[in-house]
Design a protein around this ligand. Structure first.
Ligand code: NAD
Length: 467
């Protein structure tokens, strides 16, 4: 074969010229999906710089495009089923509810309220300004929900985002990112505001975290990844693990408490980090609470040997949940334990001591231990201990305002739900907006657009004071 040296030289020169001009050469992704992390970050960086010249009305439009794309029936149904199929976690109807929630109740540009100070020296504005390119790491447990709420908040704030999904949620995450890119392009947004890589991996996540063009990191996941981003030397938001306790005292509406607890604990088979993980009940009402939990769909295990067998089945030596049981339904877990239960069983309950692994370990499956204590003060103290200082989420069912206040002050969780299921804390049957990135360790709380923005001050000296 004859090689045309001139042709090759001219092609090489063309490529070099394009690289020098910083134009599209390294940004040729497939609807936001790139082969390498470097390409993905560079593309997001170019997109974000273009995005700076877009108006707030444009940003609002793009946020609406994200909401509409997710809520398009075929996308919503496909993603909700695909997330269950790919991760083996959770259940279709809950994924539908969670994706819908993320699309409808994650705040947009209205979250970015400008502060103005006017006086003899003129006018000063403090405005929320973009960070630039954000690197966002997302979990298996809420794979699409996290991408939806992060994308809404970050694009509202004027940022571009590079996602690093969990490898076990790759397919569904890439589907969503492509769908969002397609729709944003049609709406006139710069290409590549939301990007990722074709093969997510720990190496790619590390490359993203170290990339100089990534100005901020947001990790939604377990303790390891939160620690990693906080040690990165960059501005980081850590949304980490929880182990939410629920306290029930003798003044509570026990029937309602029982039904709320079962509903909260079984929501998406206990995958949400906010979901009830252990019940601490005052002795005098414990029997009646358990009786009512059973009426609401709980299956009680009483046999000690069987409970031990369940520990062996679903945990690694009582220290960590086994991944193959995370987000599985109660009937599935019971069947593996050798018990054929009604398919309507929602949670598996058992009485346990405080030291039991089911109380201490964040399981993320519908297994709910009930610990009896003498009185409400002992219950609150125990709840503080078993929450392990995560500062994540806690619930309390009580009509005693003093004790509700006491627990709120002592436990210091980001979300504290009184007399409701845990999901009231993320806007389902409770007031307020939603997020799937709840930042306890770094203090942003329920993250929203302003969490992904920098405060900048603009000072006009003299004038503009109309008083
Ligand atoms: P995980 O920690 O296993 O994974 C989360 C993400 O981090 C994934 O994308 C994973 O690939 C990445 N990752 C993990 N370790 C890493 C490392 N050493 N280097 C680079 N990347 C790494 O978590 P998961 O099982 O997917 O999700 C469940 C956990 O996340 C639970 O602990 C849950 O409480 C927590 N979570 C917290 C929130 C919140 O808002 N606070 C929300 C959802 C989940």
């Amino acid at each position: 074969m004859k090689v045309d040296v001139d042709l090759i030289q001219s092609l090489v020169q063309k490529v070099l010229d394009q690289v020098e001009e910083g134009n599209e050469i390294s940004t040729a992704g497939d609807l936001g999906v790139f082969q390498t992390m470097d390409e993905a970050v560079n593309a997001a960086d170019i997109a974000q710089r273009k995005y700076l010249s877009y108006s707030m009305a444009d940003r609002a439009k793009f946020v609406q495009v994200i909401r509409d794309t997710v809520l398009k029936r075929e996308n919503l149904e496909y993603m909700s089923q695909a997330a269950v199929d790919e991760t083996g976690m959770g259940a279709y109807e809950f994924k539908l509810a969670k994706n819908t929630l993320a699309a409808t109740k994650s705040p947009g540009i209205e979250d970015l309220v400008t502060e103005a100070i006017s006086g003899d020296d003129g006018l000063t504005l403090v405005e929320y300004s973009p960070f630039g390119v954000i690197g966002a790491i997302t979990p298996t447990t809420n794979p699409t929900e996290t991408v939806i709420c992060n994308s809404i908040g970050m694009l509202a704030a004027g940022d571009a985002v590079v996602f690093s999904p969990h490898p076990r949620a790759k397919g569904v995450t890439l589907f969503l990112i492509r769908a969002l890119n397609r729709a944003l392009k049609e709406a006139g947004a710069p290409d590549n505001l939301i990007v990722t890589v074709a093969e997510p991996s720990i190496e790619n996540t590390n490359a993203m975290m170290q990339h100089p063009k990534v100005r901020m990191l947001v990790a939604t996941g377990g303790p390891a990844i939160v620690k990693t981003v906080l040690s990165s030397g960059k501005k980081a938001i850590g949304a980490g693990a929880g182990n939410p306790p629920v306290v029930v005292d003798e003044t509570a509406d026990i029937e309602k408490a029982a039904s709320d607890i079962v509903a909260g604990c079984s929501f998406d088979n206990n995958l949400p980090c906010i979901a009830e993980k252990e019940v601490i009940a005052v002795e005098s009402i414990a029997d009646y609470l358990i009786f009512n939990m059973k009426k609401s769909g709980a299956y009680e295990l009483k046999d000690k040997a069987l409970i031990e067998k369940l520990v062996e089945l679903v945990t690694n030596e009582g220290k960590k949940p086994k991944t193959e049981f995370v987000g599985k339904s109660a009937p599935y877990i019971l069947e593996k334990l050798g018990i054929q239960a009604d398919k309507d069983v929602k949670v598996i309950i058992m009485e346990a001591e405080e030291s039991h692994p089911f109380v201490q370990v964040e399981l993320m499956m519908p297994i709910l231990p009930v610990v009896r204590v003498e009185n409400v003060d002992a219950a609150i103290d125990m709840a503080v201990r078993v929450e392990h200082g995560n500062r994540h989420t806690a619930m309390m069912h009580s009509r005693n305002v003093d004790k509700l206040t006491k627990m709120a002050k002592l436990i210091q969780t980001t979300i504290f739900v009184k007399n409701g299921p845990s999901y009231a804390g993320i806007g389902v049957g409770g007031m307020g907006y939603t997020t799937f990135t709840i930042a306890g360790p770094t203090g942003e709380g329920l993250t929203s657009a302003k969490s992904f923005a920098r405060k900048r001050k603009c000072v006009l000296v003299g004038g503009f004071d109309v008083r």
